[in-house]
Design a protein around this ligand. Sequence first.
Ligand SMILES: [Zn+2]
Length: 267
Amino acid sequence: MIDHDAIYLHHGLPASPAQMEQVRADSAVNVFVVQQAGGSGSIGVIGYYDLGRDWIVIQRDQIRPGNRTLAHEVGHYFSLLHPHFGWDGAAWDSVLHGNPPGSLAPDGLTPVERVDGSNCQTAGDRLCDTPPDYNLGLDWQQSCTYAGGALDPAGQVLDPDERLIMSYFSESCRRDFSPEQRQLMRADYLSAARNALRTAPPDTLSTVAPVSDLLQPAPGGLTDWADSVQLRWSSVSGQAAYLVQVDRSPAFDLSPITRLTTESVCS
Ligand SMILES: [Zn+2]
C-alpha cells in the first residue's frame, strides 16, 4: 500500500498517469483509491478500469461495506463486459429505441440479445448465463425485480438478472458473478497476460536450517496492536544471524519485509 497525496487528491490532472506509473507494481492488481475518480470538477464517475494502463481507479467513498464498485471494476480487470454490452452509452428507452427494439444495439455493432438465448454467444456480454439486459438498471433503482416492460426484438419480455455485480442495478441487488463470468475471470487470471500475478511467493524460512521457534506472539495468536508487533524467538546456537520475514498475508505474497538480525527479538 502506498500513500501518495498527489495521486489521491489530484486524480485527473495531466501529471497523474506518470505519477501512477511510477508507483505501480507489476505483480499486483493495481488499485488507486482517489478522492474523485472523475477528476476534480467532474461528477458521475465513481470508479473505472483503465484497459490501456491495466489499473483500477476507485473513489474513496466507494470503499465501504456493501458497496460493489470495486468488485465490478475487478470484474472488468479480469475481462468481463457489462451484461448490457452494446447499450453502455444509451440505456434502453421505448421512445428512442422502440419496444420491441431493432436487432442492433445503440453502439451500432452489437446484436440485441434475445430472451430465447439464440444469439447469446454474440450479443451483450457474449455469455449465455447472463440474460438480456439493455442497461435497464440505470433507470430502475427502485427494486430488485425489474418490471419496466422492455421487450426483445421478437417481442418477448426481458427478465434481467439484477443480482449481477457487472450490471447497473442498485447496490442492494448486486451481489454475484454468474458461473460463466467466474469461469472467464479464472481463465483470464491463468492466461499468459496475467503471469506476473501468479509469481511464486518468495522463499521463506523453510529454506533456512535450523529454524528457531517463535515465542512471541504465540503462533496463530493475536497481537496487542494493529500496526506494530514485537517478535521474539528461541536462539539457536552457532547462528551468526537470523532472517526474519514479516507480511500481512499468511502466504507471504503481499509485501513481505525481510530483516537480518543477530538479536533474538525485533519490533
Ligand atoms: Zn463497468
